[in-house]
Each structure stands twice: as C-alpha cells, then as structure tokens.
Design a binder for this molecule. Sequence first.
Ligand code: 5GP
Length: 113
Amino acid sequence: MSETLFEKIINREIPADIIYEDDLSIVIKDIHPQAPTHLLIIPKKVIPKLSDSSIEDQEVLGHLMLVAGKVAEQLNLDNTFRIVINNGAKAGQSVFHLHLHLLSGRSLNWPPG
Ligand code: 5GP
C-alpha cells in the first residue's frame, strides 16, 4: 500500500503547519480552511476510516478526542468548536486516513450540509 497523504506529513516527506504532536497523534492546519480555525487531528496509526476501527483502536480513538480538547484549550477557542469526522466518500471523506476536523472561530450552522 502506498503512503497516505497524512503519513507523508507525519514522516516529514511533505510540509504541513504542525501545531501539536505526540506518540499517537499529530495536529495540523487544514490547507483549505473552512473556518478561521480549521485543524486536522490525525492518528499516527493508519485507520482508513472510522468504520474500519475496532476495539483495539479504543485507546487511540479516545486519545484523539482528548487531544482535540487540549488543543482547543491551548488556542483559547472559548470552549466553542465543532468536531467532524467524514466517513466514506459520500460523506465527504477525501483522505482515507482517519482524521477529526476541528472547526472554530465562526458561527456554525446545524444541520451541516
Ligand atoms: P476529508 O475530506 O477527508 O474529511 O478531509 C481531508 C482534509 O484534508 C480536507 O479538509 C483538505 O482540505 C485537507 N487537505 C488535503 N490536502 C492537504 C494537504 O496537503 N495539507 C493539509 N494540511 N491539508 C490537506
């Protein structure tokens, strides 16, 4: 299998604006931001999409949520942000390496489009 875009970023093969990293995850700025703050919270383990995860991924999945909260706090997002996971092409997923979108800094409508 060829490397995913996000593996290339994790491996520093292509550049990205990295704002946080630990053993299990990396957080980068989205290259096409949909809000004043638009981050991607990415596990280092390659899980193509959320529905491919299993019980063995419980720790990493929980970790991603905690990282989202930690980064939001560090960036002073006023406890106001949205987390989105697109699962599958018809749901808007374009990079098949699981990631959480963190969006903040503007009003966010519901339901999303
Ligand atoms: P998805 O559509 O899979 O839910 O989200 C993929 C996200 O990756 C999109 O929001 C897209 O803008 C972002 N993206 C695509 N290519 C790059 C890139 O090369 N660098 C960064 N930082 N983000 C990217």
